[in-house]
Write a protein that binds this ligand. Structure first.
Ligand code: GLN
Length: 322
């Protein structure tokens, strides 16, 4: 059983997790997006923020990196709010694919239904479901939602956007495949471009933790008090994160850590303990599934040290943090 989660124990465990893994040298930066290959692999940030807004930080927590696939969580939130869960279930799906995040095979064997909003095909389809009369308006809505979750204005990292746009042929192919199966709901190249833009948003590890704390607090940003997503949709988002947040390694993650989480190839991972807190970690080198090695280790360490595993009978037994 973990220590009670008082602000002091959270701070101590955060510092310890950071120290323990900062010299770990496993993994490789994502290289299929050229600009990500050049991010310093030593960078490593870890932040915990409770549902009532108290933060513990260690390392490189205030410099920006690309959100990448973690953006899929917030676009999902926006689409749930605008079109509802049933439409999303029917048109995108809510189950793991068991395959890598850019799999063409998974799409083809399910007649073009992506199965979930966190694989690339599902994320592009989710973007296309945002009601809007132009790509610019669709992007504006996504941007509005990520900023509401973060509690500040986040910007696209131009260099990342340009690098991804020049090398996203595979995602463009996925969009055309969706379109050919009638499972895409806007122009394919426009949907891919808006998706690429959302992946290029820059944020800090601290921002990411605020975004997670907003989910932990049922959709209300604990710092701004602004609602970012309807409360009824938060359990659905967390369920998706539980099933598909770390791609085809999500089962192992749940077996070892037991928390809804979402990773991005920029090196970020966000984990949420509903009603209690969020953990955000950032470190660029990835394992073969595309998940940050140090981020996974640090979050696992915190889950064990603070007794956060949701599947343990003791989870939630600790006194609240306030
Ligand atoms: N922009 C990246 C892509 O589309 C995001 C993938 C990821 O973070 N897993 O390939």
């Amino acid at each position: 059983m973990g220590a009670p989660t008082t602000p002091a124990t959270i701070r101590a465990a955060t510092t310890e997790a950071h120290q323990r893994f900062q010299d770990l040298k496993e993994g490789q930066n994502a290289s299929y997006i050229p600009v990500l290959a050049r991010v310093q692999p030593e960078r490593f940030g870890l932040v915990v923020i409770t549902a009532d807004g108290q933060a513990a930080e260690a390392g490189d927590t205030r410099s920006e990196f690309a959100i990448e696939s973690i953006s899929k969580v917030f676009t999902l939130a926006r689409v749930l709010d605008e079109v509802g869960a049933e439409v999303l279930q029917k048109k995108v799906g809510d189950n793991p694919t068991g395959e890598s995040f850019a799999s063409v095979h998974a799409l083809v064997v399910h007649d073009g239904k992506p199965l979930n909003p966190f694989v690339n095909a599902g994320a592009i389809a989710t973007v296309s479901l945002i009601p809007a009369d132009s790509a610019a308006r669709r992007w504006e809505k996504i941007h509005e939602t990520v900023c509401a979750f973060a509690g500040r204005k986040l910007e696209v990292m131009d260099e990342v956007y340009r690098s991804e746009s020049a090398t996203n042929q595979h995602n463009r192919a996925l969009a055309w495949l969706l379109d050919s199966s009638h499972t895409l709901y806007s122009d394919p190249m426009e949907a891919t471009d808006v998706y690429t833009r959302q992946c290029s948003v820059g944020l800090t590890t601290y921002d990411l933790a605020v975004m997670g704390a907003t989910l932990a607090a049922g959709g209300i940003n604990p710092l701004t008090r602004q609602r970012a997503v309807k409360a009824e949709h938060v359990p659905r988002i967390l369920a998706e994160m539980t099933m598909s947040g770390l791609y085809d390694n999500t089962g192992t993650w749940q077996y070892e850590v037991g928390l809804p989480a979402k990773s991005g190839v920029g090196g970020g991972i966000l984990a949420v303990v509903p009603g209690r807190l969020a953990i955000a970690a950032f470190s660029p080198p990835l394992d073969r599934f595309g998940n940050s090695v140090r981020s996974q280790r640090a979050i696992r360490h915190l889950s064990e040290a603070l007794g956060l595993n949701l599947f343990a009978a003791t989870a939630g037994a600790s006194p609240p943090t306030r």
